[in-house]
Design a protein around this ligand. Sequence first.
Ligand code: HQG
Length: 183
Amino acid sequence: MNKQHVKISKFLSLVLRHEPGKAGVELDAAGWVPVDVLLHGCASHGFPITREDLQFVVANNDKKRFAFSDDGQRIRASQGHSVEVELAYEPGIPPELLYHGTAERFLPSIQSQGLLKGSRQHVHLSRETRTALAVGQRHGKPVVLKIRAGEMHRAGHAFYLSANGVWLTEHVPADFLEMDAAS
Ligand code: HQG
């Protein structure tokens, strides 16, 4: 992706996850918006995107953040929303261990409350420590937490795998967390 593609990807994240009004569009209950409506809305809000660029960004986005519907007529973000959406992923069985990257300064609060979804719809967990580390770095001095996801699932917590490979859950109680991912 070139610089322009990254700019488009960031704008799409804003519109499709957080503030659809920035492009004058509305998401349906599952987070979808018709592609034509989106392109028209972006253009009329000072951010014109060609259909080719949109297709390129969806296909080549580093985290595959966006997906077209099967008929190609609609688009949505696969996860990461702060607006309320019902993504309708099937509950799944997570790997025994998952990881979450955060900043060191959040640890005391995480230790007492567990992982909270904050402004998003879910807590986001990664299969790999490398991804978790990169996520944590965005917030400050990174720390990678290990989540005993298999145990958590057996204790009745639902997990969902997003279309782009992120594991989602409502809340991770502190009991299932290990502060030192290397241990
Ligand atoms: C922290 C990226 C204090 C949490 C990534 C995180 C991800 C607490 C921050 C996606 C806490 C929320 C989401 C507690 C959690 N006390 N802090 N009890 N519980 N936190 O950005 O997971 O590149 O909403 O650890 O790949 O960092 O945008 O969540 O540090 O999948 O596609 O509160 O964003 O994807 O921050 O990132 P965020 P996140 P994209």
